[in-house]
Design a protein around this ligand. Structure first.
Ligand code: TYD
Length: 137
């Protein structure tokens, strides 16, 4: 598997059914250094979020609670689906993947990112994203 393709990361899970569990993300062992963490919650299950790609930012997404479905598309139109429904699984997303996201209402999405927030590095126009495949040739 290419390191710079979307892929699932198995975080270690320490504990037992009797005690509960702990999982840890730390910079050693991650594909980038974490600069920002954000989380989203109370998303109605009728809503599709995302609809953007990033020029610079790499992310690892964790469903710390509930179920989250990711559809990813690269600039060549290749699509992949990922389901996150376990708190010890992360989804690595490189730069330049268009994403749409569906949540169960109880879902909490935690995102570890490689850069601080910068609206100017978002690509929010799908047509602009699709045009990038032409300029990349
Ligand atoms: P956005 O990344 O578009 O969320 P989603 O992909 O879940 O739909 O962000 C939603 C809003 O929150 C947008 O107005 C930008 C703002 N925001 C920040 O101010 N700081 C942040 O770190 C993030 C991730 C979003």
């Amino acid at each position: 598997m290419l390191m710079h393709s979307p892929h699932l990361i198995n975080f270690s899970k320490v504990g037992s059914p009797d005690l509960g569990y702990i999982s840890v993300a730390q910079n050693s062992g991650l594909p980038f250094e974490i600069k920002r963490v954000y989380w989203t919650y109370f998303t109605p299950d009728s809503i599709i979020r995302g609809h953007h790609a990033h020029h610079q930012i790499e992310q690892i997404i964790i469903a710390t609670s509930g179920r989250i479905e990711f559809s990813l598309e690269d600039i060549n139109g290749h699509q992949q689906e990922f389901v996150l429904n376990s708190p010890n699984i992360g989804l690595y997303i490189p730069q330049l993947y268009w994403r749409t996201i569906k949540f169960s209402h109880n879902a909490v999405l935690m995102c570890l990112t490689s850069h601080e927030y910068d609206e100017s590095e978002y690509i929010r126009d799908y047509d602009e994203f699709k045009r990038m495949s032409l300029t990349a040739r």
